[in-house]
Design a binder for this molecule. Structure first.
Ligand code: ZN
Ligand code: ZN
Length: 363
């Protein structure tokens, strides 16, 4: 049923764009269109071919059993490649007299060029055809994101009891990730960021072997994955006793996070949601220290549409799941980011992250 509706939506787009066939090879887009579970691992080699009449799923023998099982009872026909997948797809389309093929603009240039050379018809680049559908979530998707967010909240609770001054960033990351996996996460949604002291002043610091001392911020950005769907949350704590400077920065970021959550609602442009938090930090004299966008859409991918940054002019639609994650980064001192997941609704947003946000000191 789910796959039927998603296919129907892509077919309407095809008709509207005057293209006969859409070739979809981005794993998250394939997963969304087919609804298949247990097929799309990191290295998956597959393609979806969709026209008004057909829905074909191409993959190789490694995925044959999983794909045939997943496709049972769906509109999808599974084809196992014998030779080169794109050569076979193009040959079949040409033999059927297809004249126009839409290829996702996000595919690597080499693949785009190769397919364009194989297919002797008109080729056009489709931009965000499936991503555009993915940004408004169905109930079943929201359920999965909520489950991932709940597990992420629990991991934060768990880590609070584990933290102590002098702990290494890497040990915190391993503990967070193993907690999530032991409790039902499919791997992790993305590489965790665990950054202490001066490292926390780098928004995407990663994880080092450095020990985090008393008197330093510790920023943790992590997320579980459930049924393919991501969670994404950041919390920042203080090791030992917080100084006045820690408190000032923390309170400013928390106020920006809460203002963003209170002010966001469906129909606003991403940049206008961003501006709520950015203006507040600006009034605190911290605008220069907030370099990234306020948030991003999230779903099967940890970063997807809609954009929620300074350049995001598109309206955020009801049913989107986005992050609200203001941050302030002070080189040499440290940084604070507080990130929550929210479901955008008509009159406001529903909070999906429930981990505590008051300033926590780890003694
Ligand atoms: Zn994050
Ligand atoms: Zn994020």
């Amino acid at each position: 049923m789910m796959a039927d509706q998603r296919l129907a939506a892509l077919r309407r787009r095809l008709a509207g764009e005057d293209a006969e066939v859409a070739l979809v090879t981005t794993p998250a887009n394939m997963r969304y269109l087919t609804g298949f579970e247990g097929v799309f691992d990191e290295g998956v080699n597959a393609a979806c071919v969709v026209s008004a009449e057909v829905a074909r799923f191409y993959t190789d023998s490694r995925y044959e059993v999983a794909a045939r099982e997943a496709a049972t009872g769906t509109p999808w026909a599974v084809h196992i490649q014998k030779d080169s997948m794109y050569v076979e797809i193009c040959a079949q389309l040409m033999s059927e007299g297809v004249g126009t093929l839409a290829i996702e603009s996000s595919v690597p240039y080499g693949r785009f060029k190769f397919i364009s050379e194989q297919f002797q018809g008109r080729v056009l680049a489709s931009e965000h055809w499936v991503e555009g559908l993915r940004q408004v979530k169905e109930a079943v998707e929201i359920e999965a994101i909520e489950a991932a967010a709940g597990l992420t909240d629990r991991a934060f609770d768990h880590i609070l009891a584990f933290l102590r001054p002098g702990i290494r960033e890497v040990d915190v990351a391993i503990e967070l990730e193993s907690f999530m996996r032991r409790n039902g996460s499919e791997g992790v949604a993305f590489d965790s960021i665990v950054a202490g002291g001066p490292n926390s002043a780098r928004p995407h610091a990663g994880v080092s072997r450095r020990e985090v001392s008393a008197g330093e911020f510790l920023m943790m950005d992590f997320g579980a994955r459930v049924a393919g769907y991501c969670a994404d949350m950041t919390r920042t704590v203080v090791m030992g006793v917080a100084s006045d400077r820690h408190r000032t920065v923390y309170e400013a970021v928390l106020a920006a996070n809460e203002a963003g959550i209170a002010g966001a609602k469906a129909g606003m442009a991403g940049c206008d949601i961003d501006a709520i938090a950015r203006d507040l930090l600006g009034r605190a004299g911290l605008a220069e220290s907030f370099g990234h966008g306020l948030g991003h859409g999230l779903g099967l991918a940890v970063h997807e549409l809609p954009g929620v940054g300074r350049l995001s002019r598109e309206p955020v639609r009801s049913g989107s799941v986005i992050t609200i994650e203001p941050g302030v980064y002070l080189p040499g001192f440290g940084g604070v980011r507080i990130e929550d997941l929210v479901l955008v609704e008509d009159g406001g947003v529903r909070l999906l992250s429930h981990a505590p946000k008051e300033l926590i000191e780890i003694q």
